[in-house]
Design a protein around this ligand. Structure first.
Ligand code: SF4
Ligand code: FES
Length: 383
């Protein structure tokens, strides 16, 4: 996903008056024809089947726009499964949003690309699982590689910039060179080498997805070589997995600062993974206005600013830059979302991360079976 926004908005100790939901992510549906084991959707997605109506979504778009939202991402699951997608895009454009479709391209054909163009969609990002057909299809759980290639070409043909996304992990990181060659062959304008973020299904499969240090070093060298070689022709974004860093990512640019995610059933979330956190009330757009959710709801105020922080973040000068890292990662790794993100070397729990890396480094390159993201497996996690 594109990284958007800046840290210029307020992050004082308590206040929220100066923040705006600049970036709205509309997760239109948890349904998906693919089964990627690194999906960040919740494990119990099968429990959340009731999707918002077209009218509900349009009201959300209007209200968020009135509060200053400028970017609107359509994602999922697979957003193409919504038959009203073209209507949603057209209305969003009329409201003045910059619109971005984040898709696997499964459910797309050339007519639909033309319809998106007519609806004035700004940007399409197609994700691939790997550069080789067999691994791509194995990870996706479906024979979709050739279709993805055809759709990537169709997107370019209809005048869109070619934006490709590869989610990188232990099983495809050794294809880095082939991935970048494929991007060149497809005349990509932007390539995101998106390192797996360990939430949802990726968290469940983490120990089999985390690359080892050797793999990472090779991939990084290649990414930098290609960045230099393709300078001015193709923009390559490469981010090292945060487990291998000493400081955490500034997740969401701070909780309740610029990001607003609306889940398929209308649950409003400060980040796409927040559904799993304990103690949230999970406000729904069917019951509350976006303004109330953003400004008043306990959830959006829970980790806003710095008042909630414990030591070592509370007195750390870097708290204005990284906001103490990721609340969801702190919860998943330590059981308490108020803790410092253990990726930080100053965290008293940092060893949890170094232990995970040590395990990854000990393992041979292909060790464990994946648990695929599909409704059957999801039902095992439903209450
Ligand atoms: Fe960031 Fe907290 Fe680590 Fe300081 S202690 S660098 S604020 S995560
Ligand atoms: Fe939820 Fe980082 S993903 S705060």
């Amino acid at each position: 996903m594109e990284t958007v926004g800046s840290t210029h908005k307020a992050n004082d100790l308590t206040g929220n008056e100066r923040t705006q939901p600049l970036w709205l992510l509309a997760e239109l549906s948890y349904a998906c024809p693919l089964q990627c084991p690194y999906c960040s959707n919740p494990l119990d997605f099968a429990d959340h089947r009731h999707e918002l109506t077209t009218e509900d979504w349009l009201r959300v778009f209007r209200e968020a726009r009135a509060m200053g939202a400028t970017q609107l991402g359509f994602s999922g699951g697979e957003p193409l499964l919504r038959r009203d997608l073209e209507v949603l895009i057209a209305e969003a454009r009329k409201l003045g949003y910059y619109t971005n479709l984040i898709t696997s391209a499964v459910g797309m054909d050339e007519d639909r690309v033309a319809a998106f163009k007519a609806a004035q969609l700004d940007h399409i990002q197609i994700s691939f699982q790997a550069s080789s057909e067999d691994l791509n299809n194995q990870l996706a759980g479906a024979n979709v590689f050739q279709h993805k290639l055809a759709m990537a070409r169709a997107v370019k043909k209809h005048g869109y910039p070619m934006v490709l996304c590869f989610v990188i992990h232990r099983y495809n990181i050794d294809q880095m060179e082939q991935i970048l060659e494929l991007a060149i062959e497809l005349q990509a304008d932007y390539v995101e080498l998106a390192t797996t973020q360990y939430y949802g299904w990726a968290w469940h499969n983490r120990d089999s997805l985390l690359p080892n240090r050797k793999q990472l070093a090779r991939a990084e060298t290649l990414a930098h070589q290609y960045q230099a070689r393709m300078k001015g022709k193709m923009k390559i974004y490469y981010v090292v997995p945060d487990y291998y860093e000493n400081r955490p990512k500034a997740c969401m640019n701070g909780w309740g600062n610029i990001f607003l995610t609306i889940a398929p059933d209308g649950t409003a979330l400060p980040c796409h993974a927040a559904r799993q956190l304990p103690g949230l009330t999970l406000p729904n757009v069917k019951d509350h206005s976006i303004e109330w959710i953003w400004r008043e709801s306990p959830d959006f105020n829970l980790f806003r600013g710095q008042g909630w922080m414990k030591e070592p973040c509370r007195s750390c000068p870097e708290r204005f830059k990284d906001f103490g890292g990721c609340r969801c990662q702190a919860y998943l790794l330590t059981g308490n979302p108020r803790n410092t993100d253990p990726v930080c070397s100053l965290s008293p729990h940092h060893q949890i991360v170094t232990d995970a890396i040590a395990t990854a480094n000990r393992q041979a390159s292909e060790t464990r079976p994946w648990v695929f993201r599909n409704p059957q497996n999801s039902k095992k996690f439903c209450t």
